[in-house]
Ligand binder design. Sequence first.
Ligand code: NAD
Length: 298
Amino acid sequence: MLWRTNALRMFGAVVVGIGTAGWVRIRDMLTPHPGSPAEKLAVRGFISRRNLDNQQGVSQISVEEAVSRDDIHAAFICTENESHQDYVRTFLQAGKHVCVEYPMTMSYQAAVELWDLAQKKGLVLHEEHIELLTEDFKELKRAVQGKILQEGTLHFTGGALKAGFGFPAFSGIARLTWLVELFGKLSVSAATLEEEPAKGYSKLTAKLLTSDNRPLTWVEERQTGLPRAKNINFVFDSCTLSEIPAAPRGAVGLFMQDLIHFSAKLAGQVSPSQLQGEKERVLHCLELADKIQQLCQS
Ligand code: NAD
């Protein structure tokens, strides 16, 4: 019954943080995919640490106003990674649903606590994962399916990280999530971090094991000016995959796909088993990131 009621109602939302992601969130709520549950979301304001003019016709409001307004039911947390968890907690405590850009938190324990809070309050807590929605990833997943892994490497390169984006195992959670989605639950056997701050250089190397004890290496390498790329080498008993299969872009943008998924959760259209599966995946990846950080710092 509650599901049916939710399917019909509108959800007012606030966007926190007007960077690239926050700007796209506002745009997507103003022009939702026709016929999708995202049409049930209405952006009512944005929050920023800066004093900004209206953004795409939407006005700035304070955190205090957002948490106390009855016509705001959900918050999009689009700030830099290190401030996600405090905003998520503030909005959950105020009884608002939350969509947070990845990574949700900077520690496994904080994520467990936030998820408990959401459950206690009967709220949707959703972590955006647009890198699972790319056509390239969907093709890769199809290519890997049914094959037996012997060993593999995923090497990511990209520009230097901006301040506030956190330890590389967390800022790179999208790559770790790829490995978990492709090969199932993992454990961490070793991890190291090389850093040359003057050059904006960092290289995280994590040694992982699948549940069948097959080794996977995840490298997250960043330096000012380094092109953004993902290189793979997955050795299976039948063949080797050394390139991510190229696939044409999908018709619906990645953030829009994520918005549709979040709004379907709000409308009660996502099954409890799928919700539970996502929660377990998010927590597992954050637990791995935590362990990698501990090993690098020990
Ligand atoms: P961003 O650097 O564009 O913005 C990050 C934060 O900085 C925002 O809170 C923004 O309000 C603030 N900011 C931007 N310009 C500022 C300025 N001049 N002065 C003060 N504050 C300023 O980062 P982003 O790409 O929007 O990423 C935000 C979150 O979204 C991160 O958690 C990231 O992991 C996640 N995310 C982003 C993308 C993407 O494609 N951009 C994809 C997936 C996840």
